[in-house]
Design a protein around this ligand. Structure first.
Ligand code: NAD
Length: 321
């Protein structure tokens, strides 16, 4: 397992509010939307206010599949600029390292670990490494997920099913199960699981396995919330809608995702997604990150077992004539 550390690893001594770089507006920012998630631009990193000061956050899937701001990468960076020490785990070494480098350049504290979130052994090693380094884990953020290739019953294989369920659901079970004893020993903690609006709505395209996995994640999270509420452990889901992340350009089955969807360019696909949204635009990784930050922080101390939709109004609509 690769380990790359930067910054000062004593969470109690971290004060990123004073040192974090960048003050750029992150939401409804025209230049950000026009730029369409090219390389991750560190000038987009918001200024922290110490909302996670002294906390240790483990982000599973904290890289991004291509350059740019993914949900997991933005969340990892945001936790760090808000004062947390962040452990960034990703199956791709380079992706975890890139997030850690960004955090470092913003004056934050982070550690990169390469591990497969669907492997019981890897997850156990990650949690051991966190315990060794910090003796605690205040927040577990499960971002690992994705739709995979099997989408409808016409073409789904058992291998597609198993891989997609493993990525979207089993990964969260493994990390939660491994982290729970740490949180119970320290008297509490918070879990944020990244689900999707496809867990509660049909989105007009076949996503049967993905939707099943994410709906399972919602139910799983609610159970954790109730089973461990009395132990001071909170568990909630964030349900992103259409988010402008590198996923749009991601190759699936040898073709960029936008080509599979019948669009010539990523921009064309992005504009088509924008048009389906009541607010007129896709969300950004920062929108998902801020919802996660709230649920992870002490500001949400009385919130558990809930699902927070982040979708610009998509799921509030209903087709009419
Ligand atoms: N982008 C959207 O429009 C959208 C909408 C709804 C929900 N989501 C959810 O958001 C999450 C991902 O968003 P993102 O933008 O960060 O995507 P991303 O694919 O860019 O980032 C996910 C990261 O997880 C890593 N990863 C994948 N499998 C892993 C594994 N087994 N072990 C460890 N790491 C692994 C990848 O290498 C990648 O770096 C997913 O759970 C996805 O289902 C995204």
């Amino acid at each position: 397992m690769l380990v790359l550390r930067v910054g000062n690893h004593d969470p109690a001594s971290s004060d990123l509010t004073a040192t974090s770089a960048g003050t750029k507006v992150y939401r409804n920012d025209i230049s950000f939307r026009e730029k369409r998630t090219g390389m991750a631009d560190i000038s987009e990193i918001p200024k922290g206010r110490g909302r996670m000061k002294g906390k240790v956050v483990l982000v599973m899937g904290g890289g991004s599949v291509l350059p740019g701001w993914g949900n997991g990468k933005a969340a990892a960076v945001l936790y760090a600029v808000e004062g947390a020490s962040v452990i960034v785990v990703d199956a791709k070494e380079e992706a975890a390292q890139e997030t850690v480098r960004i955090i470092s350049s913003a004056g934050g504290i982070a550690t990169a670990l390469a591990a497969d979130a669907t492997s019981e052994d890897d997850v156990a090693r990650v949690v051991d490494a966190c315990r060794d380094a910090y003796r605690r884990i205040d927040v577990l953020h499960n971002n690992v997920g994705g739709s995979g290739t099997g989408r409808s019953l016409d073409d789904i294989t058992l291998a597609d099913w198993n891989a997609t369920i493993a990525r979207n659901l089993t990964s969260a079970m493994l990390s939660s199960r491994a982290v729970l004893p740490v949180m119970m020993a320290q008297g509490g903690g918070a879990m944020v699981n990244v689900s999707s609006i496809s867990s509660i709505r049909h989105l007009g395209v076949a996503t049967a396995v993905y939707s099943a996995g994410k709906a399972g994640l919602n139910g799983f999270t609610q159970n954790i919330a109730l089973n461990y509420a009395a132990k001071g452990i909170r568990a909630n889901c964030v349900l992103p809608g259409y988010i402008d992340t590198p996923f749009i350009r991601r190759p699936i089955g040898g073709k960029p995702n936008y080509e599979r969807k019948g669009f010539k360019t990523a921009e064309e696909y992005a504009l088509a997604r924008d048009k389906t949204i009541p607010m007129g635009r896709m969300g950004s990784g920062w929108d998902v990150a801020y919802a996660s930050l709230f649920l992870a922080s002490d500001e949400a101390a009385y919130i558990t077992g809930t699902t927070l939709v982040v979708d610009g109004g998509v799921t509030a609509t209903c087709p009419g004539v």
